[in-house]
Write a protein that binds this ligand. Sequence first.
Ligand SMILES: Cc1cc2nc3c(=O)[nH]c(=O)nc-3n(C[C@H](O)[C@H](O)[C@H](O)COP(=O)(O)OP(=O)(O)OC[C@H]3O[C@@H](n4cnc5c(N)ncnc54)[C@H](O)[C@@H]3O)c2cc1C
Length: 432
Amino acid sequence: MTIHPTSPYPIMIVGGGIAGLCAAALLARRGHRVLLFEKSKLPGGYARTREQEGFFFNFGAHAFYLGGPGEKILQELNIPVRGGRLRVDYGLALKENEDHRLPFGAAAFAETTLFSQAEKDELTQWYTALSQFNSAQLRGISWQTWLESNIRHASVRQFLQARARLSTNTWAPDLIDTGLIMDIFQNSSGVLFLHQGWQPLVDGLLQAAQHAGAAIITGARVAAVELAEGVVEAIRLEDGTRYPTAAVILAVDASTASSLVAEGQHDLMRRWAQQTIPSHIACFDVALRRLPNPRNVYAIGMDHPLYYAVHSTWTQLSRGNGAFVHTMRYHRHGESPSAETDKRELEALLDRLQPGWRAEVVAQSFLPHIQAVSDIVQAKRGGVTGRPGPSVPGVGGLYVAGDWVGNEDQQSGAAFASACHAVHLVSEAVVA
Ligand SMILES: Cc1cc2nc3c(=O)[nH]c(=O)nc-3n(C[C@H](O)[C@H](O)[C@H](O)COP(=O)(O)OP(=O)(O)OC[C@H]3O[C@@H](n4cnc5c(N)ncnc54)[C@H](O)[C@@H]3O)c2cc1C
C-alpha cells in the first residue's frame, strides 16, 4: 500500500485520547497533513483531568510509569512530565481486618507481621530469582497457574497477586499473562504521580500536534470509514460530512474500531473486538481540607481488591492546601458489582484509615464501574504478542492504536507505543 505524498488528502485520526493525540503530534512533525476527530468536546479520553473546588480529578488514580514508551515519546516531543515519585516509607497491607506494615523496602520487609519467617524466606528467594525469569518464555501462562505451580505459601501468592493487580489495574489472575507481569516486575523504574493530574500531558500532546500543523476537531463523531476495493477511501462523520483520505488511524477501543468499518461486518476487526476483555474499577476520590491521620498515606488490600493512596503526599493536586485521597476497588472479570456495596466498602476503608474524613470533604467523585483497561493482556492469546495491529491485514491504509494494540507494554504505555508504531507504518507507506 502506497500513500502518495502528493495526495491532497490529510491522514485522518479517529479519537483524541493519548494514542490519537500522540499519533497526530508525531505524524505532523514528520510533515504529514493530519486531521484528528474527537467526539467529545474536549480531547484526552481517559487521561483527562477536571478541576473541582481547586482540586484536580483524574479518571481515578493514575500513575505514570517511568522508563516506558510514554516517557521516551514525550521526551522526543519535548513535552515535560512533571510530578512526584511514589516513595512508600510507611504503607499498610490490609488483611482480615488487621493492618500490617507493607513490605516495600528492606526495613519494612524485616519488620512486617504480614508474613511468617518461612513465608519471608520464600519471598526473598522469589526476589532473588526475579531477574532470572525469562518473561518471553512465560507468555501464554496465566498468572494464577504460574503462582500455583511456583509459590508454596498462600499468603505469598496473595501478596504477589495484589502487586500484579496494582501494576496492571486488572484483577483477573486466571486470565492475565505471566510474561507481562514478569516484564513489569523486572523492568519497573517506578511511577510518577503527575502535577495537576494528567491534563498537562494531554495539553502538551495537543499543543505539540497543533504546533506542528495538525488540525484537531472536537465534538465530531466519526460514523464510518469508507472502503473501496479493500482500501480506505474516506471517513464519514455522524452529520454526514465526508472527508476523502488514503490513510486512517483508528485510535479508539476495539469495539468502536470494528463498528466503523464495513458497518461492523469486517470479519477480522469483529474478531478483534469479540476477543477483548476489559478490566473495570470502582473509584472513589475525595479532596479533603486536611488529613485526619497524616501517617496513613498508602495501603493495599491483600484479601480484598482495594487500593488507597493519598497522592497529594507526592504531587500537587490542588491549587491551595488540602489532601487528595484515591480509593479503588478492582472488579473481577465476570463479577456483577453493586455500586452501593462498592461505595460502602470504599467509605469504610476511609473510615478505617482516615477516621473523621467526612467532616473534611471539599469535593468528591465516585465512578462506580470505569473501564481502566480496554483489553486485559491475556495468557491464552500469548500475552502482548497476541494483541492485534497496528496494521489491519487486508485493508489498505487502515491502522489501529490504543491500549489494546501492538506487542509493547500495557495501559497508557501500550497507547503511546502503538501510536508510535502506527505512525512509522503510515510514514513507510508514503513514498517519495
Ligand atoms: C481508573 C483508571 C486508572 C488508570 N490508571 C492508569 C495508570 O495508572 N497508568 C496508566 O498508564 N494508565 C492508566 N489508565 C489507563 C489510561 O488512562 C488509558 O490506557 C489511556 O488513557 C487510553 O488512551 P487511548 O487513547 O488508547 O484511549 P481513550 O482514552 O479511550 O481515547 C479514545 C478517544 O476516542 C474518542 N472516540 C471514540 N469513538 C469515537 C468516534 N466514533 N469518533 C471520534 N472520537 C471517538 C473518545 O471520546 C476518546 O477520547 C487508567 C484508566 C482508568 C480509567
